[in-house]
Ligand binder design. Structure first.
Ligand SMILES: Cc1cc2nc3c(=O)[nH]c(=O)nc-3n(C[C@H](O)[C@H](O)[C@H](O)COP(=O)(O)OP(=O)(O)OC[C@H]3O[C@@H](n4cnc5c(N)ncnc54)[C@H](O)[C@@H]3O)c2cc1C
Length: 378
């Protein structure tokens, strides 16, 4: 294998593969070469990605279920023009890899990157076995080495079961997004019920708390839920992980400096919305923007979010850090008093100020004013 590449991407996860795909689609790999370095030799079906978009907007081949409606507080609501989409990481990894394998300018290395250092117009990349160079290095997957533990306000933990229903069937036309009718235990906890068809689906407990939810705890909750709801299930996959809910990854500038050669992507680049953990489509958009900038010679973009949305997130995080159980009341109010499609638009950070005033007028003003006061004191 050669030692120099135009581009090196560290990590064949969500952001790494989105970027490789975008470089390929933009024609940047017709002549130039890309090396993807992934350390995990057993990368398989390690997570589920859900996201929403307008119908027809995200016709990705790896999406294996879509719902036009959401079940919120027991009521089914259409979310038109949106659809809620579900993809298993296995399908995404396979689909992206298959497309990239067709390009002989894309190389793969199964090693861990130890260090990447910019030296003039190049980046020296050291793995456990190779010394390589690249014109551009894109790094994902090492967000935990980039911030201090104290910067993480809360963890968003997931424990999910992919199940087969044995004794009854589900209505598969609506996904349950945030069902708070489960024990909260001084945290914010909710259940996703994503029926993939009438007898198969994903049950996932999600928790916001300063401590991570252990697998055993999550599984005990799922067991109890199944018992209470009379669902006799066969569990054939378990998903368990946690992501940081922190404003520490916020990008305060919209672009990198001219000449930047080491570019963060994914979580460490601020892809996750701190209060929801959604970020899959943000990573895709960032990848498309990077490819466009490389093609046109413009400054490379950061994942920049409007200040007011960063402020709203900071308030909610502060409130939840002090009172981890309050998420239930806040999110239940949001979904009870407002159309789900407006809530989704708000979580997408695409609402106008007048829509945000409507949203905040439905929330617990006293809590938010207190949080504003405390935020100002920081
Ligand atoms: C269980 C779970 C469910 C989630 N569900 C959703 C969801 O429904 N919707 C949504 O929008 N977001 C979701 N997220 C959040 C987010 O989309 C994912 O965490 C996403 O995978 C983050 O992408 P990434 O590229 O930053 O990291 P990853 O996808 O984790 O990829 C990083 C890759 O880099 C590799 N790597 C790390 N260090 C090195 C190194 N030194 N050398 C070589 N390789 C290295 C890792 O092995 C890994 O494969 C979820 C997260 C989790 C954990």
């Amino acid at each position: 294998m050669q030692n120099h590449f135009r581009y090196i991407i560290q990590g064949a996860g969500a952001s790494g593969l989105w970027l490789a795909h975008s470089l390929n689609e933009a024609g940047l790999l017709e002549v130039d070469q890309l090396l993807i370095i992934e350390g995990d030799a057993n990368k398989a079906n390690d997570r589920t990605w859900c996201f929403w978009g307008k119908a027809g907007e995200h016709n990705f081949s790896f999406v294996d279920a879509k719902w036009p409606s959401l079940k919120v507080q027991g009521n089914v609501q259409s979310i038109a023009p949106y659809q809620y989409c579900h993809a298993r990481s296995e399908g995404f990894y396979r689909g992206m890899r298959e497309a990239l394998l067709k390009n002989t300018n894309v190389f793969w290395l199964n090693e861990w990157v130890n260090q990447a250092t910019a030296v003039e117009k190049r980046v020296n990349v050291q793995t456990n076995q190779h010394n390589l160079t690249a014109d551009y290095f894109f790094g994902s997957g090492q967000w935990n080495s980039k911030i201090k533990l104290g910067d993480i306000a809360l963890w968003q933990s997931f424990v999910g079961w992919r199940v087969r229903l044995i004794n009854q069937t589900w209505e598969a036309n609506a996904a349950t997004l945030m069902d708070f009718s489960i024990p909260q235990s001084n945290s914010t906890r909710f259940l996703y019920v994503l029926p993939l068809n009438s007898h198969e689906g994903l049950l996932e407990v999600t928790q916001f708390h300063p401590e991570r939810l252990l697998k055993e705890e999550g599984e005990a909750i799922l067991q109890q839920i199944c018992l209470e709801r009379g669902w006799e299930v066969e569990v054939f996959e378990v998903e368990c992980d946690a992501i940081p809910m922190s404003p520490a990854f916020n990008q305060l500038e919209s672009h990198h400096n001219a000449g930047a050669r080491i570019i963060e992507i994914g979580i460490s680049a601020g892809a996750l919305k701190p209060t929801t953990g959604y970020g899959f489509l943000t990573m895709r958009n960032h990848a498309l923007q990077i490819a466009r900038a490389l093609k046109t010679g413009n400054l490379l973009p950061r994942i920049y979010r409007k200040r007011r949305f960063r402020f709203y997130d900071a308030l909610l995080l502060q409130m939840l850090e002090e009172n981890p159980h309050r998420g239930k009341d806040i999110f239940e109010r949001l979904f009870n008093k407002l159309p789900a499609r407006l809530v989704l638009k708000f979580l997408d950070e695409k609402t106008a100020i007048w829509e945000e005033i409507r949203i905040f007028s439905q929330l617990q003003i006293a809590w938010f004013l207190k949080a504003v006061f405390q935020y100002a004191k920081r």
